[in-house]
Write a protein that binds this ligand. Structure first.
Ligand code: AMP
Ligand code: ZN
Length: 664
């Protein structure tokens, strides 16, 4: 056997063991043997890079880093589901669909897995793309992360169609979730709130080797594509299973709504025996021909219906109400509870939202309260068990002063939240603003984390984000857990942030209501901080998509002397407070009002440069061809489906050179 054959055989073997272990839950070799084989393969691959295969089992451990996830338009839209809550709802639904299709209707009942939905694209049996649901029309390309999930087959087995999408849910089973949290607690980190959000967060981690460490699973439930030769939903589940996907076996074919209900009732009671979270049942018309006739509403398929389990409740005792101060000074009351088991996790805290909520429910310390966990991260208190109330208890008095700095709280007309107005002196606000400034989407300062910010503030080394630029290494080194090298990294990271473009600096400033998108709009329109400082409320509202709330907040921010002072300092340190001259020089309105789709491979500029050129010259880039597309810039190997669509809609296709001469 030559080296290549040896490598391929090992890959095949490991793939099979992976499948046995993660999909079938039935390993046939020990972990040790598996690791040995993997190691052998790793060594061979290292010695023979010419046999590289992006789908090799050795690449499951991740390592690729994604800074920004590419947006991808779903070829087939990812719909949501309509909900039902009773037998009547289901009978109504059946009546509606019986009017639209002929013949007997059978249903498949499936569990509704509670995780993050994902669409996987396979071509010639190889995973080529994994995209999150996003808004259903377009999502994020998270392929590198999804490839690390062991139950996702990178190569299929058996008799699969040459191209199809398969949809499923990425979940974090309870056991793995509990283990992850245990490790976090031991490392002194906050535990994650729930498996679902952790699963969806895991897909968006930049470092795929981090995703690889999380015990995620991918459960599949729908095959989408043209000419895939399947006639029923139940068949598609079986087929998917045969190709190597993990498809839970609880799904069942039934023949009436009453049978649907017994399935619902059974799982309502037994769902906690499952290894992962579910939040209901999904009922689907089994026959795909009938599904096609039924089609979709604007939001959901007519042929499917979710039946939500009742949100679970538990009762426990309210020990204490504490108050948190956010970066904007907003106060959030938090209920501290006697720990109670709810929907599979232990609950110790619940959100109380604001003063009105506490008053409305008449919640008092010592009360027995009902907590409910719907889809939210933090459970909420939905009421008080008044029969158990202590006769002597007194109504809760909302705090009148900031728990951190004792400043009297204010509450503005029409706002639900109380605020601490001590902008300059209230520690959590100061820390919060700096933490926001350095965060990934803002200045993304490498080598500086949220906890270090707290330390720096507590040590009196900084009181605002401008102070960061004055920090010297010898001030930082004495800090707890700060090695010489980390101190260097921190200082370098801060210096490097001077290169961050204006739009992100604007976001980093922490002006209320100025999120990432608004910051981009303002930066593009005004081009410099000075112009924004000078803009009146009226000017601001006239900018596309800037409303009165944002305009007022911007004015308010720049009317504070300290903020103006801060801006002055940032300017002095060389932080980008205007669009760089280079960028400005390259900007024109030449392509104003035109929308471009870019397809294929280019010679003179990269795809990203091309997109940037379009935007810099006032044009819009879109990822899908529609009647709104003005031009398609086509390079080599433009996709055939795009070509077909372009021809159908009679959209002009131009070459790279033709495009470049347009903007010359
Ligand atoms: P909702 O988000 O409540 O509108 O429910 C729709 C979501 O349920 C879909 O986007 C899927 O991610 C998820 N889901 C979970 N299990 C299933 C299943 N067996 N069939 C279809 N969708 C499911
Ligand atoms: Zn305060």
């Amino acid at each position: 056997m030559n080296i290549e054959q040896q490598i391929n055989q090992l890959r095949e073997e490991l793939r099979q063991h992976n499948y046995n272990y993660y999909v079938l839950d039935a390993a046939v070799i020990s972990d040790y043997e598996f690791d040995m084989k993997l190691k052998t393969l790793q060594e061979l691959e290292k010695k023979h890079p010419e046999f590289y295969d992006p789908n090799s089992p050795t690449l499951r451990v991740g390592g690729e880093v994604t800074k920004n996830f590419e947006t991808v338009v779903h070829e087939h839209r990812m719909y949501s589901l309509d909900n039902s809550y009773s037998r009547e709802d289901l009978l109504d639904w059946e009546k509606r669909i019986k009017k639209l299709v002929d013949g007997e209707i059978n249903y498949t009942c499936e569990l509704k897995y509670d995780g993050a939905s994902i669409s996987l694209t396979y071509e010639e049996g190889v995973l080529v793309r994994a995209v999150t649901r996003g808004d259903g029309i377009q999502g994020d390309n998270v392929t590198t992360n999804v490839k690390t999930i062991n139950s996702v087959p990178l190569k299929l087995k058996g008799d699969f169609p040459s191209k199809f999408d398969i949809r499923g849910e990425i979940v974090l089973p309870y056991e793995g979730f509990a283990k992850m949290n245990q490790e976090r607690i031991e490392a002194g980190e906050e535990p994650y709130a729930n498996p679902r959000n952790t699963a969806s967060g895991s897909l968006k981690l930049q470092d795929s080797s981090e995703t690889a460490k999380r015990p995620l699973e991918c459960l599949l439930y729908n095959i989408t594509g043209d000419k895939i030769g399947i006639t029923s939903q139940i068949e598609s589940l079986e087929k998917a299973r045969a190709w190597g996907f993990k498809v839970p076996s609880e799904s069942k074919l039934v023949h009436s709504i009453d049978e649907v209900l017994s399935f619902v009732n059974y799982w309502d009671e037994h769902r906690h025996d499952l290894p992962y979270e579910t939040d209901g049942i999904v009922i689907k018309v089994n026959d795909l021909q009938q599904q096609e006739e039924l089609g979709f509403t604007a939001k959901a398929p007519r042929w499917a219906m979710a039946y939500k389990f009742k949100a679970e409740q538990a009762s426990t005792i309210l020990q204490e109400i504490t108050y948190q101060v956010g970066r904007t000074g907003a106060i959030t009351p938090v209920a501290n509870l006697d720990p109670v088991l709810l929907a599979g996790t232990t609950v110790k805290r619940a959100s109380l939202h604001n003063a009105d909520q506490i008053e409305k429910l008449d919640i008092r310390v010592g009360d027995t309260v009902f907590v409910e966990k719907g889809g939210e991260i933090i459970p909420k208190i939905i009421g008080v068990d008044f029969q158990k109330r202590n006769q002597n208890s007194k109504p809760t008095l909302y705090i009148t002063e900031c728990p951190e700095c004792n400043t009297p709280l204010i509450r503005k007309e029409g706002e639900a939240q109380h605020y601490c107005s001590n902008y300059k002196g209230c520690t959590p606000q100061i820390v919060g603003r700096i933490q926001h400034y350095i965060s990934r989407k803002a200045m993304d300062i490498e080598g500086l984390g949220g906890e270090t910010v707290t330390l720096l503030v507590n040590e009196g080394l900084i009181t605002n984000y401008a102070d960061l630029y004055e920090l010297r290494k010898e001030q930082v080194v004495p800090l707890e857990r700060m090695a010489d090298k980390s101190a260097d990294n921190l200082i370098n990271g801060i210096q490097k942030s001077k290169e961050i473009p204006f739009e992100r600096v604007l976001f980093a400033l922490g002006i209320r209501y100025v999120g990432e998108t608004v910051a981009k709009k303002l930066a593009k329109h005004y081009k410099s901080i000075q112009a924004i400082i000078e803009a009146t409320e009226e000017d601001l509202v006239n900018v596309d998509e800037i409303g009165i709330k944002i305009a007022q907040s911007v004015r308010e921010f720049f009317s504070v002397d300290e903020n103006k002072e801060l801006i002055g300092k940032l300017l002095g340190y060389g932080v980008q407070l205007e669009i760089s001259a280079e960028k400005l020089a390259n900007q024109t309105d030449t392509l104003q009002g035109q929308t471009f789709v870019v397809s294929g491979v280019f010679e003179r500029v990269s795809r990203n440069e091309l997109k940037k050129l379009i935007e810099d010259n006032g044009g819009k880039v879109s990822s899908s061809i529609s009647s709104k597309t003005s031009f398609i810039v086509a390079g080599a190997n433009m996709g055939p489906s795009k070509l077909e669509k372009a021809n159908k809609l009679e959209i002009s296709i131009i070459s790279e050179d033709e495009f470049l001469s347009k903007i010359k």
